[in-house]
Write a protein that binds this ligand. Structure first.
Ligand code: ZN
Length: 350
């Protein structure tokens, strides 16, 4: 197994990861029996290692001397693959500073795949994230899926298959990577490095262990408890919300919003604890801070705030002024969510 470090991802030689074993065997059976579909769609939660899996499967497909259902790692094909220069392997993703995979990229890929294999074996392409294709690109790919060149395998990687046209989905063999069970994910993370905050990081990551591993290496996540203390200080007027928004706007916006989201989700859980005790918190290590923050807030206002954070998260995927967005959210928070708390609870949902 390749050596892992916190903040850095393992490489494809670590595949199959513990939660990928049965999927790996399934795909390997297709390969051994000569029934490999010409198009696969690999789905699963963000950070479950889909991309690594696709790369490892590509290496296995191209390997000349597979060993125990895995690429051997030392044949000429494996060496070229490891060096990132295998002529029959193509990886397509977003071009720099583009928000979509464009039709010209797909046309170029399809033209390359239509040529003869340079090693005389299969040709393989991985598209990731496949849901980033715009509609022209998807239409262009559809033609290749309908009339695949011989010995060509396409692997479409996506966490959001519903964003792809049904015509594309229906022409792919689906491979759904199961989300790892929490204990499996925590065992694996603790194997990389023993840490007490893995449960919190895994929760912030939405359950994807590789995402949790990356988060552990980010400054904002390392300073997570400081951010929560800042939220408390905002409520007690010790800090200026506009100044805090300015400082936070220098960090990656989706991550700032995700931390605010998990903080608010935990407050919702604490506020509902009378009905569902004991609450299971994402930021369990911030229990005391959360308990202090709950004073003066009610469930209705917290739900409304969570709704605002969800909308802000959707906005963060578009070009948006991070500072203004955060100023709005922090001002509201500093004011005790008062403006979200005007209607009486009795009308909730009515
Ligand atoms: Zn090999």
């Amino acid at each position: 197994m390749a050596v892992n470090t916190v903040g850095a991802l393992p490489d494809w030689r670590a595949v199959p990861l513990p939660w990928q074993t049965s999927l790996w065997q399934r795909a390997g059976t297709w390969l051994q029996s000569g029934r490999l579909p010409h198009a696969l769609m690999l789905t699963g939660v963000e950070g479950s290692g889909k991309q690594l899996f696709a790369n490892a499967f590509a290496a296995l497909t191209l390997c000349r001397l597979p060993e125990n259902g895995r690429a051997c790692g030392h044949c000429p094909s494996c060496r070229q693959f490891a060096a990132g220069g295998h002529p029959d392997y193509h990886y397509l993703t977003l071009a720099e500073e583009k928000s979509a995979i464009l039709v010209d990229q797909i046309r170029e890929l399809c033209a390359t795949l239509a040529l003869t294999s340079l090693h005389g074996g299969r040709k393989l392409a991985v598209l990731s994230p496949a849901d980033a294709m715009n509609s022209n690109a998807a239409n262009s790919l559809l033609k290749t899926l309908e009339e695949p060149a011989p010995d060509t395998v396409l692997i479409l990687v996506t966490a959001q298959p519903a964003r792809l046209p049904a015509t594309i989905r229906s022409r792919c063999q689906m491979l759904s990577m199961p989300a790892p069970a929490t204990h499996t994910a925590l065992d694996w993370l603790n194997g990389v490095e023993s840490r007490s905050d893995w449960p919190a990081l895994l929760g912030i990551a939405g359950g994807g262990p590789l995402h949790a591993l990356q988060l552990a290496g980010t400054q904002l996540v390392r300073e997570r408890l400081g951010l929560f203390q800042m939220l408390l200080d905002l409520r007690s007027n010790k800090l200026n919300p506009l100044q805090c928004a300015g400082e936070l706007s220098r960090a990656p916006l989706p991550l700032v919003l995700r931390l605010l989201q998990t903080w608010t989700m935990d407050l919702v859980r604490l506020a509902s604890a009378a009905w569902t005790s004991p609450p299971v918190l994402i930021n369990a290590d911030a229990h005391a801070l959360l308990q202090s923050a709950l004073v003066g807030l009610n469930l209705r206002a917290l739900h409304a705030y969570l709704g605002r954070l969800n909308r802000a998260t959707a906005l963060a995927a578009t070009p948006v002024n991070a500072q203004l967005l955060l100023e709005d959210l922090l001002l509201q928070w500093a004011e005790g969510l008062g403006s979200l708390n005007t209607a009486p609870l009795a009308t909730a949902g009515g």
